[in-house]
Write a protein that binds this ligand. Structure first.
Ligand SMILES: *Cc1c(COP(=O)(O)O)cnc(C)c1O
Length: 377
């Protein structure tokens, strides 16, 4: 028999209060009852985004909104600047390529964060760049980028700043308006604690001006259609009704705790993870730029990283994430976002110790759990 624990950076576990809403009979979306859902979700998303800008909602995974942020802002002949320091930064480049948009890549070593000065240098030289694409929390490496500093740079140029906050939102701070981030992309299955299937973008007035001029082909993700519908508390297509109702409940939970308390809790949990990792003699993959939403850890010499993740999951029911692409087998990742709590971490580290010990890694049994408790207490 297995009891399952999920500590992956998406999907994340779902609070029972939210699960319960999804068991209710479906309602029709062109009704006053659903309009109330749209209204509440919109208002509370603005709270989480820390913005007065409209937040558009799509029935899609997060990548849909990433694609939307390229096809709505750019036109043939425009250039983009893409910060690539992991799998998700690379995805922005892949989407540009799919639409024939030329881009300059700022390639950052995996495990490191982008230097805003380098963005400044590129923008200074190339006036054809209309949009800068960066990632708040690069989930594939556990790196957090200083978006406030990036924003200070981009603000001086005609280009807009687009930030992928899919795994960062509601886990680590992103002050959309205060920092002046033009477009913030997010998704439902990470910090927002609901299943995959919803994607979001907030859009600033500066970005809307660019959208007005954009001529790349678009239909399902046409931001203007969503804005027009939202003005009438409506959606252009059938929304993911049950996910919207689930989101309404999840956002209520978030508001009850409050953003500042949520960030503090995530910080404390991630701090505990980092100290537990070090106490076990393991190394952080991103020691200079770690994120409080997900921690990447180097797989120690002589240990099969893929087998470690698989054994934790299949033998003990504890789901953590392995490395992706070039980091496959070389790192494992423990998420501390959304409905992942201190008690999950205690279980996770106890099982991690059992499995690593079993695989022959030499360390003091209990050292990780002890450090975890010392930090969490
Ligand atoms: C999860 C994630 C994505 C991809 O989102 P999907 O919902 O799988 O499309 C993109 N960027 C980041 C940073 C993510 O964590």
């Amino acid at each position: 028999m297995l009891k399952n624990y999920l500590l992956t950076p998406g999907p994340t576990p779902i609070p029972p209060r939210v699960l319960e809403t999804m068991a209710r009979p479906i309602i029709h979306h062109r009704t006053p009852e659903f309009q109330k859902v749209i209204q509440e979700v919109e208002e509370d998303l603005k709270y989480v985004y820390q913005t007065k800008n409209e937040v558009l909602i799509f029935a899609a995974s997060g990548t849909g909104a990433m694609e939307g942020s390229i096809i709505n802002l750019l036109s043939p002949g425009d250039k983009a600047l893409v910060v690539r320091g992991g799998k998700f930064g690379e995805r922005f480049g892949d989407i540009c390529q799919a639409y024939g948009i030329e881009f300059t890549a700022l390639d950052v070593e995996w495990g490191k964060a982008a230097d805003p000065k380098k963005i400044d240098e590129i923008l200074k030289k190339d006036k054809k760049i209309k949009a800068v694409y960066a990632t708040l929390c690069e989930t594939s490496t556990g790196v957090s980028t200083d978006i406030e500093a990036v924003s200070k740079v981009v603000k001086n140029y005609e280009a807009v700043l687009v930030v992928d906050a899919i795994s960062g939102l509601a886990a680590i701070p992103i002050k959309t308006d205060e920092w002046g981030v033009d477009v913030v992309v997010s998704g439902s299955q990470k910090g927002l604690m609901i299943p995959p299937g919803l994607a979001f973008v907030s859009v600033s007035p500066k970005a809307w001006a660019l959208i007005e001029k954009s001529t790349l082909p678009k239909y399902y993700f046409d931001f203007k259609a969503y804005r027009k519908a939202l003005a009438k508390t409506d959606t252009p297509f059938t929304p993911a009704i049950n996910l919207m109702i689930a989101l309404k409940e999840a956002l209520k939970i978030i508001k009850e705790e409050g953003l500042e308390a949520i960030f503090e809790r995530h910080n404390k949990m991630a701090l505990a993870v980092r100290s537990a990792v070090k106490a076990m003699g393991l190394e952080l993959f991103a020691p200079d730029a770690y994120s409080d939403g997900v921690t990447a850890v180097k797989v120690p010499q002589g240990i099969d990283g893929e087998k470690l993740v698989k054994t934790m999951r299949d033998k003990y029911g504890v789901g953590i994430a392995g490395g992706q692409d070039e980091m496959k087998g070389k790192i494992f990742r423990i998420a501390t976002m959304g409905y992942i709590t201190a008690s999950d971490l205690v279980v996770c580290f106890a099982i991690l110790e059992i499995v690593l010990n079993d695989m022959g890694y030499k360390f003091q049994l209990g050292s990780g759990v002890r450090a975890l408790e010392e930090t969490l207490k």
